[in-house]
Design a protein around this ligand. Sequence first.
Ligand code: PFF
Length: 514
Amino acid sequence: MTNKATQLSESHHPRPQWRSRMGFIFAALGSAVGLGNIWRFSYLCYKNGGGAFLIPYGIALLVVGVPLMILELGLGHKMRGSTPMCFAKVDRHWEWAGWWSVNCAMFGIMVYYAVIIAWCLSYVFFSFNLSWGMDPNNFFFNEYLQVSAAPGLIGDVRTPIVSSLLGVWTLCWVIVFFGVQKGIEKANKIFMPLLFVLILILVFWSVSLKGASVGIKQYLTPDFSLLSKPQIWIDAFSQIFFTLSLGFGIMMTYASYLPRKVNIVKDALTISVGNCLFSFISGFAVFGVLGYMATTTGKPVSEVVKESIGLAFVTYPQAISLMPGFAKIFGVLFFSTLVIAGLSSAISLIEAFTSAIIDKFHYSRRVIVTAVCVTGFFGSMLFATNAGIYWIDIVDHFITHYGLVTIGILQCILVGWVLKSQKLREHINHSAQWTLSKLWDFCIRFLTPSALAILLINDIVKESAKPYGDYSWIAVILIGRDWLLVALVVSLFIAARSWRTDLQIEKKPQEEKV
Ligand code: PFF
């Protein structure tokens, strides 16, 4: 470690700490289990050959998911800092990459993620009187979103979305404002058990519907012929990254609040496997309902299934309207589940950025969280306009396919080659009963970055020939690529400023003052 790095590791700021291991596991699971688990996973499974998708998904979990989860938890725990601080402690020249991670999390993902949670919140209320009527497609796109013809036609900010958005940002603000123990840990201790209960109710309800088995059969029947197509592998690897909240340094930040004695490997496995199991179980709720809908309307499942956003906001409302009995309650439960899953992920995105600013500039949490949430709210407005859905689609694609994967590769180089993975492995093994073998070093130095590089190159080659999603080149370049570039320039700028860290003594961790 360099001199500067030694100084940084001896920050005088007492670091907050989780009250219990359970509190940490709930918070990390809360970050991982999000909107993506419920409908994105199910849709990808359906699109990529049903049960056959579980094979590349499982391989992606082993090759990329678990090794990187261990890396993020291990580095955060060893360096006891937010992502930029961890990177700077390894090598001051790498600090910018840490800022790039948290800037992408906050201004790349959070700003649009909040808008999707806001849609879900609106739909909780719409469920009370099935406001979408007979044509949920028309209701969602033409009445609620009032979608314009192209990404450049921004139009106006949609008032019904903004009111829900205000609710979402306010809730996030309150939770993160109260800090690690009193805010994030407490909220997740309520959110996570509630989420598990809700998803179980939805699963049992869905599988008991008439024709549910037709949908579930589609979900699970493997079509192995699709395994030879590169797309199934690309989808599996990017989903693993997104679903485990890897790459944005969230897990690193959360692990920096752990006590000295921990079991990193066990925790990494619990979080990764728990998250993927949640996705798998949610698939039964989604496909049970699709099967019911197909049976009731006399159409094949392939005709009722829609792509991710359409699945939640068009197909599901359609199915709810067809349900006998307590359809409205089913709607309220389904959309509330999405809101809770989304909120627990959203607070982790805000915390990763907030923690980084606190570490570097020593501003008070209260001031930073307020400033971040107000800025974030106004940033989100762009995605609540008539062209918002296009912007969400493009930014999400670029951040997850290029930003996340690039940062994942950078993390592997930093830990594998600059710090030397062996050092981190020794740290992890020193503090736990479950130990890591040299296989992990091999993954971090060679296997994981190579898999990610193949993914990245594949995307670049494919999309240099034809712009993503049939948008115009201008839209893709200005909204997608430049979003990442602006975040990078801002990161370089912040990284160039000096750290306001002066004292040499590391104090005993305690809950921070808010
Ligand atoms: N893991 C969350 C989901 O699957 O919806 C989303 C997410 C949260 C992605 C945090 C990335 C992230 F850093």
